[in-house]
Write a protein that binds this ligand. Structure first.
Ligand code: A2P
Length: 266
């Protein structure tokens, strides 16, 4: 593996639950990225070789620091160590951010389609919410869409707090706050505990409950675009569902009506 380009100081750590935490690191002046992209982050292993994993960048593109949201897996090569980082410690970071979960990979609507209203769904489970934390602080998101719906599904209610906090920050943001307050809605769901909304996102889409709860029409390839980030199983099931609803998949080369990225774990 190529040597990581940067060794960067940790500026902030918050543990939300025993399994989820966020951390912030200093940002190299020349490091650029697009909202929704990920970068390799890591720590030196016992043998001195870096242990690197993909992390979606949560902070907005204009932030002075970089923020990440991580799961803790006690048997995970990186996160078993990363869970112990504190302010003042350092982490390793690769030179470039990459990924297809960006607005540029989404098919633009025709003028006739745009006239019907443009809606963006961001569907996430677990740490899959991370890339959307950057996109909800990006002006381009609100320029491109009239209605922005972020869904976050986790096992327990306490796992939903990070998303609630970041959406509040978007609504209060000096740059996008006004547009975000008008256009951005969060739909948080727990699957293993009672909550205002419960159940897997796949079930809620199939039954139509998601759309009824939000007061919007069912998925429509003309007006709606979907960004997906979660576990491999969640991606597989949602991809099948998107195809059944008539939405085309975006790739590196082709603009699509939906795009996806696998959430980091390990
Ligand atoms: P469930 O509790 O029914 O497994 P995990 O913590 O395992 O990564 O899961 C995060 C959330 O994603 C949980 O709420 C989980 O629901 C949900 N989930 C897991 N697999 C799928 C899937 N194939 N489709 C939709 N949601 C899923």
């Amino acid at each position: 593996m190529a040597k990581p380009a940067y060794t960067l100081t940790v500026t902030h750590v918050t543990h939300y639950t025993p399994t989820y935490f966020r951390f912030r690191i200093e940002r190299p002046e020349e490091f650029q990225f697009k909202a929704g992209q990920f970068v390799m982050i890591g720590l030196p292993g016992d043998d001195g070789q870096p242990i690197m994993r993909a992390y979606s960048i949560c902070s907005p593109i204009w932030d002075d620091e970089l923020e990440f949201y991580s799961i803790i897996m006690q048997d995970g090569a990186l996160t078993s160590r990363l869970q112990h980082i504190q302010v003042g410690d350092t982490v390793l970071m690769a030179e470039k951010a990459v990924g297809t979960l960006t607005l540029e990979h989404i098919r633009e609507p025709s003028p006739e389609e745009a006239a019907q209203g443009r809606r963006l769904y961001m569907l996430s489970t677990g740490t899959g919410i991370a890339p959307f934390m950057s996109l909800i602080r990006d002006e381009d998101t609100y320029d491109a869409f009239d209605d922005v719906i972020l869904t976050h599904t986790c096992r327990q209610v306490q796992d939903l707090q990070y998303g609630i906090d970041r959406v509040k920050a978007a609504h209060e943001c000096p740059l996008v706050g006004e547009e975000a307050s008008e256009k951005l809605r969060l739909y948080s769901c727990a699957t293993r505990e009672d909550a205002p909304y419960t159940g897997r996102i796949t079930t809620l889409i199939e039954s139509g409950k998601l759309f009824t709860d939000l007061g919007v029409p069912p998925l429509n390839p003309a007006t709606d675009r979907v960004m997906i980030c979660g576990s491999l199983e969640m991606l597989r099931d949602l991809q099948a569902l998107m195809a059944a609803k008539g939405l085309s998949a975006g790739t590196k080369r082709v603009h699509g009506e939906y795009v996806w990225e696998k959430a980091f774990a390990g």
